[in-house]
Design a protein around this ligand. Structure first.
Ligand SMILES: Cc1cc2nc3c(=O)[nH]c(=O)nc-3n(C[C@H](O)[C@H](O)[C@H](O)COP(=O)(O)OP(=O)(O)OC[C@H]3O[C@@H](n4cnc5c(N)ncnc54)[C@H](O)[C@@H]3O)c2cc1C
Length: 426
C-alpha cells in the first residue's frame, strides 16, 4: 500500500519523502535515473572528485541547518571573499568580520573604491538585520540596477559583482533578481560557502539515507510516466513502465520541464541557465596562491571563475596534485580543447610569475539546464505547491528559487501541504 508517491529523487523529492514518512505515511519515491540527487552529483575517478559543475553549499541556508547533519558532511569552506584577477594583477576582497588580516588588505584594494567598501559594510549590517523571507519577496529589480541605485561604482559592479554574482546566478550581466543577491549576500555574511569532503553528492546521499531510515521505499531507474488525479479529490493514479500505483496523493518533484509535462501546469518556469565547467589537475609544486578564495575573472568572462577545489577540500585530489575547476557561463560553442586553452591562457596572464605548464584537462561538463531563469518579479509568477488539480502537489526549486535552499525548502512545504490536506488544522 502506498499513501504518497513522490516523483523525482533530487533534493526536493528526498526532503519531501522523508517528512511524509516521518508523519507515518507509506511513501514510494520513483527516480528516473539510476542514481539519486538530480542536479547535485559527484563522480570519483583516479582519486579526484568531480562535482557536476561547480557548486557550493552555503552552511547557513536554513534548510541546510534543518535537514542535514553538517558535521557528518565534513564541510570544507572556501575563505570568504574572492581574489580578483586580471592580466598581470591580482587583488583580494575579503570580509573583515571573518578574516581581519585579509579584510585590512581589502581596504587597500584599488579595484574597489573607499565608498564601495563603506557601502558593502552598510549593506551587510542592513541585510543581517532583515528577515530572509522578506528579502526573497522583494524581487522587482535587477541586481545591476539595485547596486547602481545603492551607489556602487561601475568598477565594483564590473570587477567584483559581475563575476561573483554571475557565478551564483550563472548570469554575468547581473540581470537576475535582486532577491537572489540579497538572500545569498546575507547567507554568506552568516556562514561559509563550502563543499563536503566527499563531494557535493554527499548531500543527496545523506538525504537519501535519512529518507530510507524513515521508511521511504526508493525505486531508481523508474520514470513516472503519468500522474492522474482522481475525481472528487479521491487520490491519484501514477504510472511507471512497470506498474500502475494508486495513492492518496502524489508529489511531483522532478525538474521543471518534466513537472510541466506530468502536471500540465503552465506556470512552471522552464527557461533555464546553463554553464560549462572544466576540471584540471595541476602538480603540487605549481600550486596557485589563491588564499583558498575563488578566483574571479575581473576582466572578462573567459572563464568567469576558477576554483582550486583541493585548496578548500584536499580530499578532492590525490596526493601530489591539485584539482581546479573553471566555469564558463552559458552554452559554449567552442570545443573542449579550445576552452581549456583559454583557461590556460587566463591563468598564465593572472599569474605571470608562476608556471602553469603542468595544467592538464581532466574532464568537461556541459550543463544545459542548471537553474531556471530568475528575472526581476520571478517570484510572483511561480506556481503554488497545490496548483495542479486534485491531490497532486509540486516540489522543486522552481516553486521557490533556484538553489539548494529553494529545492529543500520546497520539499518541506510540499510535505506540509499534503499532511495538512489529509488532516486540516483546526
Ligand atoms: C552546475 C550547477 C551549479 C549550481 N550551483 C549551485 C550552488 O552553488 N548553490 C546552490 O544552492 N545551488 C546551485 N545549483 C542549483 C541546485 O543544484 C538546484 O537548484 C537543486 O539541486 C534542484 O533540486 P530539485 O530537487 O528541485 O531538482 P533536480 O535536481 O532537477 O531533481 C529532479 C529529479 O527528478 C528526476 N526526474 C525527472 N523526471 C522524472 C520522472 N518523470 N520520473 C521520475 N523522476 C524524474 C530527475 O532525474 C532528478 O533526479 C546549481 C546547479 C547546477 C546544475
Amino acid at each position: 500500500m502506498t499513501d504518497v508517491v513522490v516523483a523525482g529523487g533530487g533534493l526536493a523529492g528526498l526532503v519531501a519523502a522523508r517528512h511524509l514518512a516521518d508523519e507515518g505515511l507509506a511513501v514510494t519515491l520513483f527516480e528516473r535515473d539510476d542514481r539519486l540527487g538530480g542536479r547535485v552529483h559527484s563522480d570519483h575517478q583516479n582519486g579526484f572528485t568531480f562535482d557536476r559543475g561547480f557548486q557550493v553549499v552555503f552552511s547557513s541556508y536554513p534548510a541546510v541547518v534543518a535537514e542535514l547533519d553538517r558535521e557528518a558532511l565534513s564541510l570544507r569552506p572556501f575563505a570568504p571573499g574572492a581574489t580578483l584577477a586580471r592580466p598581470g594583477r591580482r587583488t583580494t576582497v575579503a570580509d573583515p568580520f571573518a578574516d581581519l588580516v585579509a579584510g585590512v588588505r581589502t581596504l587597500f584594494n584599488r579595484d574597489i573604491t573607499v565608498g564601495d567598501k563603506l557601502r558593502v559594510l552598510r549593506l551587510r549590517q542592513e541585510l543581517l538585520r532583515a528577515s530572509a523571507e522578506e528579502l526573497l519577496d522583494n524581487d522587482g529589480q535587477t541586481i545591476e540596477s539595485y547596486l547602481e541605485a545603492r551607489g556602487f561604482s561601475e568598477r565594483f559592479r564590473e570587477r567584483f559583482a559581475a563575476p561573483f554574482y554571475g557565478g551564483i546566478t550563472l548570469d554575468r550581466s547581473l540581470s537576475s533578481s535582486r532577491a537572489v543577491f540579497e538572500y545569498t549576500f546575507k547567507m554568506l555574511a552568516q556562514g561559509t560557502a563550502a563543499v563536503p569532503a566527499a563531494g557535493m553528492g554527499a548531500i543527496p546521499d545523506q538525504l537519501a539515507a535519512r529518507a530510507q531510515t524513515s521508511g521511504v521505499t526508493v525505486e531508481t531507474g523508474t520514470p513516472v510516466e503519468s500522474v492522474t488525479p482522481e475525481r472528487q479529490e479521491r487520490g491519484v493514479t501514477v504510472e511507471t513502465p512497470a506498474e500502475t500505483v494508486g495513492a492518496d496523493a502524489a508529489v511531483v518533484a522532478t525538474d521543471p520541464e518534466s513537472a510541466r509535462e506530468l502536471t500540465g501546469c503552465e506556470r512552471i518556469p522552464t527557461a533555464g541557465r546553463g554553464c560549462v565547467t572544466q576540471y584540471f589537475s595541476l602538480p603540487e609544486h605549481q600550486q596557485l596562491d589563491t588564499g583558498n578564495r575563488l578566483l574571479l575573472n575581473a576582466a572578462d568572462g573567459r572563464p568567469n571563475q576558477v576554483a582550486v577545489l583541493s585548496a578548500a577540500a584536499p580530499e578532492y585530489a590525490p596526493d601530489g596534485s591539485h584539482l581546479l575547476s573553471a566555469t564558463f557561463l552559458g552554452e559554449q560553442s567552442a570545443d573542449n580543447g579550445s576552452l581549456a586553452a583559454e583557461v590556460a591562457e587566463s591563468l598564465a596572464a593572472w599569474y605571470p610569475e608562476h608556471s602553469v605548464a603542468g595544467l592538464e584537462l581532466l574532464r568537461t561538463d556541459r550543463i544545459e539546464f542548471a537553474q531556471f531563469s530568475q528575472p526581476p518579479g520571478f517570484r510572483s509568477d511561480l506556481p503554488d505547491v497545490d496548483e495542479p488539480a486534485g491531490q497532486v502537489y509540486l516540489a522543486g526549486d522552481y516553486t521557490e528559487w533556484s538553489a539548494i535552499q529553494g529545492a529543500m525548502e520546497s520539499g518541506q512545504r510540499a510535505a506540509r501541504s499534503v499532511v495538512e490536506t489529509r488532516s486540516p488544522p483546526d
